[in-house]
Write a protein that binds this ligand. Structure first.
Ligand code: ADP
Length: 333
């Protein structure tokens, strides 16, 4: 069960702010809502910062009430908008950011984002002592210290719905489809989508699959009477992997259609799972801040809410479960 940490009685009224940074993910709005309403219910003044660290540097800070976050739990994207901010890589800029927060009477910052956003938050607190806490919001689920991230479940379900449809065409026309999913340099989306979508094979950064092996899988399938194949390709670091694979397969005598799902996986209404996760993590982030904890990310490990110090999160790589890789292989035989 996901239990929200206890909130100690507050000696003074706290004033907290929340921002979203980096890539957007479905469920960020549910997290913003939870941060704001949980904070208000514990007597805090709550603020929203528009456009991530860029908005913070511009002093784009607005007080938020309960009604400010009404009717957003079901909406994808982020009402606070998000951005990538080059200037935040500079130490002097981060000091200026802390001064802006202090001038606005804010004494704690919640950052919803991914590894990059947490690196910025970690440096901000290390250098200025300004209390920050992170909530993992990314479809990639590639953040160390947490089993799950807000947006991952929705992205996987979106990709699965697309695969189910493509399979109809693949089997009607006896075709091979290479379906490219997001995930940057990690294969979490690819693996879940591959297993859940019954893919014949998966090309993941972690699995080092060769073109010769893909051909063998297709041949094995066709010997068993399979006339179509779905191959899930995780995008990886370099764009265009599925197109390169299609070319390599063509050279071996196979014609494969390419379908890149792209940003469709980032949008849309969050799943029930992501809404619940976001609600629990949003409240937990505020609870920890009010308990005097910071410089850390809230996450979920083995079905419990945990607080993981940023120093153990940023720059660390989370690996896909090797058991799941074996399962994927066994099920695609
Ligand atoms: P994500 O948070 O989704 O991983 P990014 O990696 O693009 O997204 O990071 C979002 C923002 O976080 C960057 O635009 C920058 O403002 C800040 N950031 C990322 N890395 C650093 C860093 N090393 N130092 C300071 N700020 C950083």
């Amino acid at each position: 069960m996901l239990t929200i940490p206890e909130v100690p009685k507050q000696k003074k009224r706290r004033s907290l702010a929340v921002l979203t940074s980096g890539g957007d993910a479905p469920g960020m709005n549910a997290a913003i809502r939870s941060v704001v309403r949980f904070g208000l219910s514990h007597g805090c003044r709550m603020h929203g910062i528009s456009k991530g660290y860029s908005g913070l540097l511009e002093g784009n800070i607005t007080p938020l009430e309960s009604t400010s976050v009404a009717n957003i739990i079901q909406r994808g994207g982020t009402i606070l908008k998000t951005d990538r901010c080059e200037a935040f890589f500079q130490r002097a800029t981060r000091r200026e950011a802390a001064n802006i927060l202090i001038r606005n009477g804010i004494d704690g910052l919640v950052v919803i984002g991914g590894d990059g956003s947490f690196t910025g938050a970690h440096l901000l607190e290390n250098e200025t002592g300004f209390p920050t806490i992170g909530i993992p919001g990314t479809i990639d689920n590639d953040i160390a210290g947490t089993d799950d991230t807000i947006g991952f479940d929705t992205a996987v379900n979106t990709a699965l719905a697309a695969i189910d449809r493509i399979r109809d065409t693949a089997s009607s026309h006896d075709r091979i489809f290479l379906i490219e999913v997001m995930g940057r340099s990690s294969g979490f989306i690819g693996l879940s989508v591959g297993i859940g979508g019954g893919a014949e094979t998966m090309i993941l950064p972690e699995s080092q699959e060769t073109v010769a092996n893909i051909c063998k899988t297709i041949e094995r399938g066709s010997r068993r009477g399979k006339t179509s194949s779905i191959i899930v390709v995780a995008e990886g670091k370099k764009p265009g992997l599925s197109a390169r694979l299609a070319r390599d397969l063509w050279k071996k005598g196979y014609t494969a259609r390419v379908c890149i799902l792209g940003h469709t996986q980032r949008g849309g209404s969050p799943s029930a799972h992501d809404r619940l996760l976001a609600s629990v993590l949003g409240a937990s982030a505020v609870a920890y801040l009010l308990a005097g904890k910071s410089n850390a990310m809230v996450g979920v490990r083995e079905d419990s809410v945990v607080l993981c110090p940023f120093r153990k999160v940023v720059g660390f790589k989370k690996s896909v479960d090797s058991q799941m890789l074996h399962l994927a292989k066994a099920l695609s035989l």
